[in-house]
Design a protein around this ligand. Structure first.
Ligand code: SF4
Length: 92
């Protein structure tokens, strides 16, 4: 697994919680290796180079702590809309 530094992690969902019942979204990884044929995240429209190579966001906890401290609205956080949060590479 490669590692990258993320600029942000937690994003407000544009369509309110009608989008899968979540208010915020975050991806702990960039990319996914499962190659599901129905995967929208692999679409070129997202401009993610080498989507099949999983990159861990090495500063994720620091950024999440910073971003959560600034949020004033409580909400449900969805994880893994464009990655697998339970990444097989983390299996011990
Ligand atoms: S992001 Fe989800 S749908 Fe896309 S390849 Fe990974 S597991 Fe499959």
């Amino acid at each position: 697994m490669k590692f990258i530094k993320a600029k942000s992690l937690l994003s407000k969902v544009k369509y309110g919680n009608e989008w899968y019942g979540i208010d915020y979204n975050m991806n702990l990884y960039r990319g996914c290796s499962h190659r599901c044929i129905y995967c929208d995240s692999r679409s070129n429209c997202y401009h993610i180079d080498n989507f099949d190579i999983i990159c861990g966001k090495e500063n994720a906890l620091y950024i999440l702590e910073q971003e959560l401290s600034k949020k004033r609205e409580k909400g449900i956080v969805g994880i893994g809309s464009m990655s697998d949060t339970y990444n097989p590479l983390e299996r011990i």
